[in-house]
Design a protein around this ligand. Structure first.
Ligand code: 4AZ
Length: 420
């Protein structure tokens, strides 16, 4: 009897467990409760939700110099595009000077002390900027920081390799500490973001009474509910994963009345129109900061000589051929995955990378890195198809150019193996 009772009790317990489990299971997929749980913090007017901490490391915020409290002093968003360069909207810095603006980089929560607060060395509004009263155009500005920052990580800008990143229909994202109307907050403490599809230019013209210029692009939903809002200005409109990495396509600029309204898309400065202008400003300082570009003392590059065909290949690569194609391509490496790396050598008698860059002018963009004391210009040509990097450097008077389907680390490994 005792065992029967025990068995019945066990069976009953099992039944109860199964019943409650099935209740939990039946309950879990409920769309309403699932959404409420996942999207706590959702602002239904703009669609903004708290962003994932650390997921947008290029976000920056502009702050009044005189206000120690960043949340109190913030007035616009911005993005880090190079270790010493910030991109924002011209209307954000219209009444500012380098002595009145600080930039906070690498922060998610404004009231925390994450990241760095850095002064501005120069503010460069676009020379063609026209303010809102006069019809608004070229709403873009650069801020050069007092010093490079290691807080945060720069975002890439749309370029020829990523040309489709701002096509209509692409799901882009905005992020900022701007207004969330339903919560009645003019400034949020944590970073918020929302996904916004890029809108065909014609649809946006209709929504904004023909006010949209070629240097603007629109994003949002026809029915509303996905938008940036006051205070988000200057921040980036970006595609989170164009070819595996984020690419900025616009700068939050303006909108119609209110935020997230139907038939009233958010308007963003279209970055494809400013690729050349941005490069020119940033390269201008590269030319000035000679020590990082020009080796001033004899470096290993002076004595090294290079023959890629004879050089140990980076791990994972095999040499396919080695030819001197009019002084150009001398080696062609293939990776295990069937990707490739080209190494080209140009007999142009350059004494330094700086000399070549000066000759190339605006064509030469990217970051200068030292590989075994040799200055190397590294450029990112990755796109939605995957990683693609370029490196240019001078060894023994020869200009070496490497390009191919490889990661940044593989590229550096290839450079170092060639310099050795
Ligand atoms: C602003 O003033 C602003 N709804 C930014 C974005 C939008 C409107 C205004 C778009 O910062």
């Amino acid at each position: 009897m005792k065992t029967m009772a025990k068995r019945t009790a066990i069976l009953l317990t099992l039944l109860l467990l199964m019943l409650s489990a099935s209740l939990v299971i039946n309950h879990a997929p409920s769309v309403a409760s699932g959404q409420a749980f996942q999207q706590s913090g959702l602002d239904e007017r703009t669609g903004k939700t708290p962003a994932q901490s650390g997921a947008q490391p290029w976000m920056a915020v502009l702050v009044d110099v005189g206000e120690p409290n960043v949340r109190e002093g913030q007035f616009c968003g911005a993005s880090l595009i190079a270790p010493q360069w910030i991109l924002t909207a011209a209307h954000c810095v219209e009444d500012q000077s380098p002595t009145s603006v600080d930039v906070v980089v690498g922060r998610y929560q404004l009231t925390s002390d994450q990241g760095e607060r850095i002064g501005a060395k120069r503010i460069i509004p676009h020379p063609g900027y026209v303010n809102e009263q006069d019809g608004q155009a070229n709403d873009i500005a650069l801020i050069e920081l007092n010093r490079p920052t290691a807080a945060g990580r720069p975002i890439s800008l749309i370029d020829a390799a990523n040309a489709a990143a701002d096509d209509p229909g692409v799901l882009a994202r905005i992020a900022g500490w701007g207004r969330v109307p339903e919560k009645g907050l003019d400034v949020t403490d944590k970073l918020y973001s929302v996904d916004v599809p890029v809108v065909p230019q014609q649809a946006c013209q209709v929504a904004h009474d023909g006010d949209i210029q070629a240097d603007e692009l629109c994003a949002g939903l026809p029915q509303g509910g996905a938008d940036s809002c006051e205070g988000d200005s200057g921040g980036p409109l970006f595609v989170p994963a164009a070819g595996g990495k984020a690419v900025q396509i616009g700068i939050t600029s303006w909108g119609g009345d209110g935020c997230g309204l139907p038939q009233s898309y958010g308007v963003y400065t279209r970055l494809t129109e400013y690729e050349h202008w941005i490069k020119t400003q940033i390269d201008g300082t590269n030319a000035d900061s000679a020590p990082t570009v020009r080796p001033t003392s004899p470096s290993p590059s002076d004595s090294a000589s290079i023959d890629p065909a004879e050089t140990a290949l980076p791990a994972g690569y095999s040499l396919i051929d080695a030819q001197n194609d009019q002084g150009e391509r001398v080696a062609y490496f293939e990776t295990r995955d069937g990707d490739y790396v080209d190494v080209s050598v140009f007999d142009a008698d350059y004494s330094s990378l700086a000399e070549w860059m000066a000759e190339e002018g605006d064509e030469a963009i990217g970051q200068i890195t030292q590989a075994r004391d040799v200055p190397v210009l590294i450029e990112d040509g990755s796109d939605r198809h995957g990683a693609f990097w370029y490196a240019t450097f001078v060894v023994d008077g020869q200009l070496i150019f490497i390009d191919g389907v490889l990661s940044y680390d593989e590229l550096l490994a290839a450079v170092i193996s060639l310099i050795n």
